[in-house]
Structures are given as C-alpha cells and as structure tokens.
Write a protein that binds this ligand. Structure first.
Ligand code: SF4
Length: 223
C-alpha cells in the first residue's frame, strides 16, 4: 500500500523535472507517462527525455485524432529521442460500439475510446504521470502534484503549478516544436470532433466539448 503522505513529504517543494526524477527513482519500472501529444505536451515530454528517454509513454490513439496530432507525435518522438512511446487504443469491438457516439453520448464515447484502453494499458504501473496544470481552470484549479486514484494508482502532475508563461518559456528556451494546430488558435487539442480553437478571452480548455457541460474525458478521475 502506497504511503501518499510520506511520499508528499519526501517530494515537498519539487515540481517539473526534479519531481519526475524523484518519482522515477522511487518507482523503478512502475511509472508511465500519459500524453495526448497536444498543444503543451512537448514540455512534459522534454522533461521525460531529460530524465530517461526509455520511460513508457502511453499515447491514447482514440481513432478520432487529428492527422496533425499523429504527425506531431512522430516529429516529437524523433526530436526528443523517446523510445518508450506506445499507442493505446480501443479494440475493434469498442470502436464499433463508439462509432459516431461522440454526437449522442460523449461520456460513453470517451469511456470506450479512452478510459477502457487506458485501464488495460496501466496494468502493472503504480504511477501515471500527466501534464495537467492548475491554470487550465475548471476542476484542474485545485489539483495537487500527487493524488491517489481509487484504483490505487498514483496520479502525478509535475506541471501542476506551472503558469502559461512558464510553459511558453520552456518552449522557447528548449526550442521545442509546436503542434501545428496551435497556429490555428487551438490551445487544447484532443479528438477532432470535440476540439475547436479558443476565442479571445476564453479559458485554455474552452474549445473542448464546446457547448456541452462535459469538461473532462474521465481518464484523470481519482474517485
Ligand atoms: S473526446 Fe470526443 S471523440 Fe474523443 S473519445 Fe471523447 S467524446 Fe469521443
């Protein structure tokens, strides 16, 4: 059983690369990263590459991604030298069940295309590292660096306290490639049916499931 409070005490004050490195040292072979290869993903993946290029990176290939995202994944993997990226996606049966489902029932669509495949892929891992940040607003405003899921898996968010300016600084300082859709106004990029560019003054994730009450796909749920 993981002692979350002891781990929080041991890593207090850490974020970004130092927090990731501490977790990798604490959980050898038991830590994986989740990445959407979206608008800001390069920043976390760059930290991963600096710590260990062979770490497993789970990429949710929902079958509804933009072609630009798939091309960006290939570009980033090559640029950063990552060797542990693996596609995680729905089975043929799940794809058939989820056909056009985003129109009628996006929660079930996300469940079939994201939640179930990730549940299978995370078997054997004790820690899942993600790129969530408080400045994205909504339910993310209160996230911490480390949260324990009901499934017993630790959710680690090394960028939890990073600002938009700090993310931008990392892109510039590290000369990280940009997702091609950022130039078209996309600030948060998921599946094509459920992502649109943000308008001036909108929050970062306002283009996700725009017009619906839904704000999260469910893979980060801890309860
Ligand atoms: S983001 Fe949209 S298309 Fe993608 S899995 Fe969720 S509802 Fe389906």
């Amino acid at each position: 059983m993981m002692d979350l409070e002891a781990l929080r005490r041991r890593t207090a004050g850490l974020d970004g690369g130092p927090l990731l490195a501490a977790l990798v040292a604490d959980f050898p072979g038991k830590l994986a990263i989740i990445s959407s290869f979206g608008a800001e993903s390069a920043v976390l993946l760059d930290l991963v590459a600096q710590v260990d290029k062979t770490l497993p990176v789970l990429f949710l290939e929902t079958d509804e991604l933009f072609d630009e995202t798939l091309a960006y994944r290939d570009r980033l993997v090559a640029a950063l030298g990552l060797t542990g990226v693996r596609g995680v996606g729905p089975s043929a049966e799940e794809k058939a069940q989820a056909a056009e489902l985003w129109r009628r029932d996006p929660d079930q669509c996300c469940f079939l295309r994201k939640v179930l495949p990730l549940r299978r892929a995370q078997a054997g891992f004790s820690v899942l590292v993600d790129g969530r940040k408080r400045f994205h607003g909504g339910g993310r405003e209160a996230i911490g660096a480390l949260e324990l899921g009901a499934d017993g898996v630790l959710k680690a968010s090394p960028l939890f306290n990073w600002s938009e300016a700090r993310i931008e600084q990392a892109f510039v300082e590290r000369a990280l490639p940009r997702h091609p859709l950022v130039a078209q106004g996309y600030r948060s990029i998921g599946c094509w049916p459920c992502s649109r560019p943000t308008l001036p003054g909108e929050e970062v994730r306002a283009g996700r499931w725009a017009g619906a009450a839904k704000t999260e796909c469910g893979i980060h749920r801890i309860a």
